[in-house]
Write a protein that binds this ligand. Structure first.
Ligand code: NDP
Ligand SMILES: CC(C)=CCC[C@@H](C)[C@H]1CC[C@H]2C3=C(CC[C@]12C)[C@@]1(C)CCC(=O)C[C@@H]1CC3
Length: 363
């Protein structure tokens, strides 16, 4: 069987580590597609993978999940290239302009909340979000909506009679109900867009199971734990690389009390890889599958119930469908010359200006 696996944000961190593991386990005929926004980094990632697996089939796809036109074009390309899609890893993610609350961190260290704080980062992190050229909030567009649109565009490959396909989200322990608001799904008015987008992905995964299981499509949510990647280095940018290295023994000690300090991308990809080997019908739609690493450095996957409910997940799904239909109307309403100039990388904001206006009421 020629399994087709597509991973978004595959050129670094957890996504790249997952690709390495998928190739290492030696599934014959595996076709891996790295979907990345930066083709230079994507080429570099492919070279790394091919160095250790010279005969592997590794394709590249240009995909910027924050851009509607890029998602639509990438999906078109996937439909041309493949006649099936067995696994879609929705992994690309950003946490822009993170602000680390040092006072809250030190207060937390000397309180009873120390373990949950270290495991989730809740209460010590905020972000400053931006707006995409399509007029959407950047974190929402990148982490959630671009992926939602991709799934919808790839429906013909994902929903095939007689075979199952899996959607696997890289969510986070930072996902928190209190950061999410159904009236403001893009988190325009708050300071925790990252947490909101990850909580939204937990809700969306449940809704996707409700609507697509009958068609053989299953969705699951993972949490990689706390992993040292460019995303986390960016949280304390004033720390030079050697300070992080000096902190490693501290982190290993912390791992003795919270197994969520997975630290390496390889450890963090544990649950994503574990799900690859599971029968999707056996998975719990209310569970988040956590990558965990014990004090002795052993990796394992553990399901934990998510704080989500069917009613909220359905409401989010309906709102996303409305936004999708608005976005499609505007995208197809764009003239061919405007779309051509978007393809050339120029005039995106001009071509999508009317969309910005129309999406305002969804923000
Ligand atoms: N590190 C951690 O502790 C945790 C991470 N996560 C999640 O894991 C996922 C992977 O992050 P991680 O490996 O840590 O960090 P990295 O920054 O190493 O990886 C993020 C990947 O997403 C890509 N990406 C970002 N924006 C876009 C976009 N608009 N279109 C396409 N690709 C994009 C990046 O590409 P580029 O190289 O071009 O920037 C990169 O390949 C994210 O969803 C993150 O939220 C969850 C919990 C904990
Ligand atoms: C000693 C010292 C300087 C510790 C630093 C601790 C914090 C920087 C980390 C403690 C828990 C971490 C964490 C994340 C970021 C870094 C911490 C706050 C995430 C929020 C990163 C993104 C996620 O999706 C979840 C992570 C949870 C834990």
């Amino acid at each position: 069987m020629n399994l087709v696996v597509l991973v978004t944000g595959a050129n670094s961190g957890i996504g790249l580590a997952l690709c390495e593991r998928l190739l290492s386990q030696g599934t014959r005929g595996l076709q891996l597609c790295l979907a990345c926004r930066n083709m230079r980094r994507a080429e570099a990632a492919r070279s790394v993978l091919l160095t250790s697996h010279p005969t592997a089939q590794v394709a590249l796809l240009h995909l910027d999940t924050s851009s509607i036109s890029s998602v639509v074009r990438a999906a078109q390309e996937v439909r041309l290239r493949y006649d099936r899609l067995d696994y879609l890893y929705l992994n690309a993610g950003i946490m822009p302009n993170p602000q680390f609350d040092v006072t809250a961190f030190f207060k937390g260290l000397f309180s009873s909340k120390i373990i949950p704080m270290l495991a989730t980062g809740v209460g010590i992190l905020t972000q400053k979000d931006g707006v995409t050229s399509d007029g959407l909030q950047e974190v929402f567009a990148t982490n959630l909506f671009g992926h939602f649109l991709l799934i919808r565009e790839l429906e013909p490959l994902l929903c095939h009679a007689g075979q199952t396909s899996q959607l696997i989200w890289t969510s986070s322990s930072n996902a928190h109900r209190s950061a999410f608001n159904l009236e403001d799904i893009q988190h325009q008015r708050g300071s925790q867009p990252y947490s909101s987008s990850k909580y939204a992905s937990d809700l969306l995964s449940l809704a996707l199971n409700t609507h697509y299981n009958k068609q053989g499509l299953y969705s699951s949510v993972t949490c990689p734990g706390f992993v040292m990647t460019s995303l986390t280095y960016n949280i304390l940018p004033s720390f030079p690389a050697f300070v992080w290295t000096l902190l490693m023994p501290v982190f290993w000690l912390i791992r003795l009390v919270t197994n969520t300090f997975t630290l390496t991308p390889q450890n963090g990809s544990e649950a994503l890889f574990w799900l690859f080997k599971q029968k999707p019908e056996s998975l719990d739609p209310y569970a988040k599958y956590h990558s965990l690493t014990s004090g002795l450095g052993n990796n394992y996957t553990q399901p934990r119930k998510m704080d989500i409910d069917l009613e909220t997940s359905e409401s989010l799904y309906e709102t996303l469908l409305q936004l999708e239909s608005e976005v499609r109307k505007n995208f197809h309403g764009t003239s061919e010359s405007e779309r051509a100039s978007q393809r050339g990388g120029r005039g995106i904001s001009r071509g999508m200006d009317h969309l910005r206006v129309n999406t305002e009421r969804f923000q």
